[in-house]
Unconditional design. Structure first.
Lengths: 240, 323
């Protein structure tokens, strides 16, 4: 019955792809995509406004993290990031790889225990993990980081948090995703225990840890090589 | 019981305070932006209640507000306010003076979230409902942030208003990026209501050779990644790809193991989450929070991990699901 399906709402997807490709403001792109998709589906303007408004409200829990901003901002004003940096810099033998791989493992374990909101970008990465990563990288490379190096190390801190969160959360515990899978099957007459599903997330969780740990190691090596090359160039320039 | 609604009101109050501070500085469009955004937090429950009773004009007003937010966002630029003179020196001095005591309130957020989560679970299993059980981790995080703020006042001896100013500084530097997660989830809801998922599933199953189980599996896996990239969320992709390919073709026709297909299929979708600006709270918001020069810096850092893991997941599924 392909005739019964209305393909016009796919225009909304086209708006999303086009808008991101043209680097328009993402919020505007998304709002326009929603309007286009709804109009193409034959939804009337009042119903469209109702749909937008009520779905928007139903998703407001996504901004609850704003409550962490006053305390993080206050602590930053009093030098939290500076302190995090100098504290980590005091550890002998700590490298960027060791620090970020340890955080990756910790984040995966926390996430396996269902503690997905314990860490995160506003509450731990910006005030603690990013400055500590920078200090660890400065220990490893020696001297102050260039702006480019700093951006790479920070981006890697955020990526490490994401990988740890995503590929820990479905293991062992019956949370969000596992319940969604179980619920889907139950509605279609396949009854499964949550644990029977979640154990199969373990191989991927292990693979994620190994792959990302190797990548952090490679990142550190790349930074070290670039430093060596820059130093050699500097020496050659000085010799001229 | 501490309902999550109370924490929403607190978010609303913070947004209104930020709007007023911006108004005082004559930054009118950003003030309007925060003021409109406070509405779902202050009036959310009332609007949804009215909608359930058949009065839809408040929800329609909110819908118009969403469009206004989109227009205001397009006017604003993301920028981090530069340090004032001597601020770096002040921070270094206070870091040296307060030392490791600064870590207390910062670590109190995760630690208290953990304690409140475990404690709330334990108490509710005994029939005492102190925290909202339906959204326990989020309620725990919200309450932990408030309690951590109290300890931060104790450690820094700052005045309460200063927390509002510092919070506003961070919120202003996040700017419209803060809205992306919520607006993208809204788009997911709209797409679900307009049948975008069904259309994509119908298109995919029309073009693959359904007799070949490996072809079906690859279509399922790439479909999960692609659809997650479009929607920014594997949860939205899963029911669509399952209903279109996973259940009818892989499980019913080719006898795939549903538990393995479900678990690893979902995680294959997560590889897509690492790749997409649509998953703004994981990929774009941190790029702004960490003041990266490139909006896509976090995604760029994740691409090799995401692609290698996708390959691993596909191989795992090929080996495991048809046993």
């Amino acid at each position: 019955m392909p005739d019964a399906i209305n393909y016009w709402p796919l225009l909304g997807v086209a708006v999303v792809i086009g808008g991101f490709a043209l680097r328009r403001n993402p919020v505007l792109v998304v709002v326009v995509a929603g309007i286009v998709s709804a109009l193409a589906a034959g939804i009337s303007v009042p119903d469209l406004l109702t749909l937008l408004g009520s779905t928007f409200i139903e998703n407001r829990m996504l901004l609850l993290f704003l409550l962490t901003l006053p305390v993080i901002g206050l602590l930053e004003h009093f030098g939290l990031r500076e302190r995090a940096r100098s504290w980590i810099a005091g550890f002998r033998g700590l490298t960027l790889t060791r620090f970020q791989v340890a955080y990756l493992g910790l984040r995966q374990l926390l996430s396996m225990a269902g503690l997905t909101h314990v860490a995160g970008h506003p509450q731990t990465v910006r005030p603690l993990v990013a400055p500590m990563s920078e200090a660890a990288a400065e220990r490893t490379l020696g001297g102050i980081l260039t702006d480019e190096e700093r951006a790479i190390v920070r981006a890697s801190a955020a990526a490490t948090d994401n990988v740890g969160l995503f590929f820990g959360e479905d293991v062992f515990m019956a949370f969000g995703a596992v319940l969604l899978i179980q619920g889907f099957y139950a509605r279609n007459g396949i009854v499964l225990e949550p644990l029977a599903i979640s154990l199969w997330a373990l191989p991927t969780a292990i693979a994620a840890f190994v792959i990302h740990a190797i990548r952090v190691r490679l990142l550190q090596r790349r930074l070290e090589r670039n430093r060596a090359r820059a130093n050699a160039r500097g020496a050659a320039d000085a010799a001229h | 019981m501490l309902r999550i609604e109370y924490l929403y009101w607190l978010v609303g109050a913070f947004l209104i305070a930020t709007a007023l501070l911006n108004l005082r500085d004559r930054r009118y469009s950003i003030a309007a932006f925060w003021l409109i955004l406070s509405a779902p937090f202050v009036f959310g429950e009332a609007i949804l209640g009215a909608h359930a009773q058949g009065r839809s004009w408040p929800a329609q007003m909110m819908g118009a507000g969403v469009i206004a937010l989109g227009l205001l966002a397009a006017r604003g630029r993301l920028q981090v306010k530069a340090d004032g003179p001597g601020e770096q020196k002040l921070r270094d001095e206070s870091a040296a003076r307060l030392g490791n005591r600064l870590f207390g309130p910062a670590l109190a957020i995760p630690a208290l979230t953990l304690i409140l989560f475990v404690g709330g679970k334990y108490l509710s299993s005994r029939g005492i409902h102190l925290l909202d059980v339906k959204s326990l981790t989020l309620t725990a995080l919200g309450l932990a942030s408030v309690l951590a703020l109290v300890t931060a006042f104790y450690v820094t001896r700052a005045k309460p208003m200063q927390a509002v100013h510092e919070g506003r500084r961070l919120l202003d530097s996040l700017g419209w990026a803060v809205l992306l997660p919520m607006i993208l989830a809204t788009l997911g809801g709209v797409f679900a209501a307009t049948g975008v998922g069904d259309a994509i599933a119908a298109l995919t199953s029309a073009v693959i050779p359904t007799d070949n189980r490996i072809a079906c599996l690859l279509a399922f896996a790439f479909g999960m990644v692609f659809f997650t990239v479009i929607m920014g969320n594997a949860f939205a992709a899963f029911p669509v790809m399952m209903a279109g390919i996973g259940l009818p073709l892989l499980i019913l026709q080719h006898g795939a193991n549903p538990a393995i297909l479900g678990a690893i299929g979902m995680l294959t979708g997560y590889c897509g989450t690492l790749l997409t600006p649509m998953a703004a709270n994981f990929n774009i918001v941190p790029a702004v929070l960490l003041e990266l020069p490139d909006q896509y810096g976090v995604i760029r850092s994740q691409v090799p991990t995401a692609l290698s893991l996708m390959v691993v997941n596909i191989v795992l599924m090929i080996v495991l699901v048809f046993r």
